[in-house]
Design a binder for this molecule. Structure first.
Ligand code: PMP
Length: 450
């Protein structure tokens, strides 16, 4: 298997510097918080399947059984025809998202975001004669891997050599308070309001009549675990309301419990017009993504005899495929029945306590940030200058943790010069001893590498 993998499989990390390994790590089994590789080595998984997906843990028989039963009943019919699980899950999901009412099914986070961008463009044509077509996105945020999603991507290293990009996407500044000294004019106090006002400056520069939507992650995940500063989201909402800008929140990482609420935006009291989600929706037991909108957005696409382009012209072969909502429904039941949102909050608080203790102990740690069970450490050469450590050092910490049996993550090939984060996003089932094992291993790896 290793020989076949090495000869024929194209990996996105382990064959490329600085993460290349002599042999691939092939995960062959998982149970709860733990996975086993091809050599039988056990790993505590602090990244929920690598990219923060397996929110309810591995080996869930009830999800596997529900999917199996459905496959034997009817394995596939195009989602556009409707299905029992699709209807039942949509109703359950909407129950967690007051103010929103329609679920459009897709397969991946990229696809869901791409669809949201297309809706914004179509709304611009239908309602504003094509003018309000620009989409604002934020420095350091990520929205997916297609050319158009990368056009809305705030992580320049990912975009290298993929241009030309889709026009009409405009960048707004990030809101990372720890690095406000690098932003011209950032104040000592009320940084959150200032950071949001920078969005307004972009709207005014571009012309409010040209800006259709603002797309943001609630907590920036891969771009550096950026928790929004105080006052930020309230101001963002005001700006969207003032200029008639649709608020599209990308919950691909934060959605379905990752930050301790069903959705990340629910911490901040905002009212999105569109929400996209993927990873944790079915915890990797099936491929499913959702784009959820308000009834107002849905109504814009209703039949209008005067509009020749009144219909919704998309079709997705596997979007809304029956196994997705089946797995998603059981995934949601588990989160509710096992109280995993409460556990996420309790374990997230424990992890932040432990990470702050690591920060106190290791001068190399400049900042510890997190919300629920999405947490990170920013590594700097010097606390005064905040100069980032090299990516190779971060990779060495990741490798040392893996050698000690704990899989952690890092911001790789993201923002040029700032691939200096470690990130931790264990499943929502993590226990106190799992959290302590993760942070204890990180502590030991930092001692070894620095
Ligand atoms: N949005 C965010 C915030 C993400 O982190 C990701 C994936 N890492 C995506 C969108 C894209 O999702 P997918 O990989 O399922 O296309």
């Amino acid at each position: 298997i290793v020989a076949a993998d090495k000869a024929h499989v194209w990996h996105h990390l382990s064959q490329h510097k600085p993460y290349e390994t002599s042999d691939p790590r092939i995960i062959v089994e998982g149970k709860g918080m733990r996975v086993w590789d091809q050599n039988g080595k056990e790993h505590l998984d602090a990244v929920s399947g690598g990219v923060w997906t397996v929110n309810v843990g591995y080996g869930r028989e009830s999800i596997a059984n529900a999917v199996r039963d459905q496959l034997l009943k009817v394995n596939y019919f195009a989602g556009s025809a409707g299905s029992i699980p699709g209807s039942v899950f949509a109703e359950k999901l909407i129950g967690k998202m007051p103010g929103l009412s329609r679920v459009y099914y897709l397969n991946t986070g990229s696809e869901a975001n791409e669809k949201a961008f297309k809706m914004v463009r179509q709304i611009a044509h239908k309602k504003f004669g094509g003018t309000k077509h620009k989409i604002l996105y934020r420095d350091r945020d990520y929205h997916g891997t297609t050319i158009t999603c990368l056009s809305a991507g705030g992580q320049d290293e990912r975009n290298l050599q993929y241009g030309p990009f889709t026009p009409g996407f405009v960048r707004v500044p990030h809101c990372l308070e720890y690095r406000k000294h690098e932003q011209d004019g950032a104040p000592v106090e009320n940084y959150g309001e200032w950071a949001a006002e920078q969005i307004e400056q972009v709207v005014l520069r571009e012309g409010p009549d040209t800006v259709g939507a603002l797309c943001l992650e609630p907590v920036t995940a891969g771009g550096g675990v950026i928790t929004p500063p105080e006052g930020y989201w309230q101001k963002v909402q005001e700006i969207c309301d003032r200029y008639g800008i649709l608020l599209h929140i990308d919950e691909v990482v934060c959605g379905i419990g990752r930050t301790g609420t069903w959705f990340g935006y629910q911490h901040y009291g905002v009212k999105p017009d569109m929400v996209t989600m993927a990873k944790g929706v079915a915890s990797g037991y099936a491929a499913i993504a959702c784009l959820v909108t308000t009834e107002e957005v849905f109504n814009l696409f209703k039949s209008d005899p005067t509009d020749k382009l009144d219909h919704f012209r998309d079709i997705s072969t596997f979007g809304g495929c029956i196994t997705g909502p089946v797995a998603a429904l059981e995934n949601m039941r588990i989160i509710e029945d096992e109280g995993l949102l409460d556990n996420c909050n309790a374990m997230g608080a424990r992890m932040m306590d432990n990470l702050n203790a690591i920060k106190d102990k290791h001068a190399i740690v400049g900042d510890a940030r997190g919300k629920g069970l999405f947490c990170g450490l920013e590594l700097v050469k010097d606390r005064e200058s905040k100069e980032p450590v090299e990516e190779a050092k971060v990779a060495a910490v990741v490798a040392e943790c893996a050698a000690q049996g704990v899989l952690i993550g890092a911001a790789n090939r993201s923002v040029p010069g700032y691939n200096n984060y470690l990130c931790f996003a264990p499943s929502l089932i993590a226990t106190a001893s799992d959290i302590d094992q993760i942070t204890g291993t990180v502590d030991s790896a930092l001692t070894k590498v620095f």
